[in-house]
Ligand binder design. Sequence first.
Ligand SMILES: Cc1cc2nc3c(=O)[nH]c(=O)nc-3n(C[C@H](O)[C@H](O)[C@H](O)COP(=O)(O)O)c2cc1C
Length: 188
Amino acid sequence: MVYKVGYFIGSLSSTSINRLLSRALIKLAPDDMEFAEIPIRDLPLYSPDFDADYPASALALKDTIAASDAVLFVTPEYNRSIPGALKNALDWASRPWGQNSLDHVPAAVIGASPGNIGTAVGQQSLRAVLSFCNARQMTAPEAYVKFTPGLISESGEVPDAATATFLASFMQEFHDHTERVLTVLPRG
Ligand SMILES: Cc1cc2nc3c(=O)[nH]c(=O)nc-3n(C[C@H](O)[C@H](O)[C@H](O)COP(=O)(O)O)c2cc1C
């Protein structure tokens, strides 16, 4: 079985360190995981007024989640929470009421920051949202990446062996978590 993973990058920055982290994670993941980014940049701001007639970008978001076996969040911390663009995407995914795309989806959370606590507080904020949306989160291991220049190259190479080993083990655990969740909660 190949697991299709949809991944969210919480940053819209053209120089995003979290995008570099996503490249590294994809390279270090087990071979039977396939990855497709779930874009959030072009979503309008969510309003319940759209519930009766979702725009194409939001329908595409929900379709991509539905086609994924699991979702991965790679995100910066903004002001001790998550970036508004990512929260907006989650609000779209969670609605219309009764059509919550995140229900029962295996999920994992990781992030990078130049700061010492490496997105720990932002991840707690994201976990609270995912919890309410009933996603099946991997609770351990946690991964708070303190980013320093050169830690991850543009192409996603990780020169430091200890960091590469840790990120690879995180992805192996996410793989195993996905397998366990899908055993009892098969998708579509
Ligand atoms: C609006 C804003 C808020 C930020 N708040 C935090 C924060 O709460 N904690 C933190 O560690 N870094 C914070 N930062 C710094 C980010 O960690 C840093 O800009 C990082 O590179 C963002 O990730 P990205 O490169 O993937 O966009 C903030 C940056 C911005 C622009």
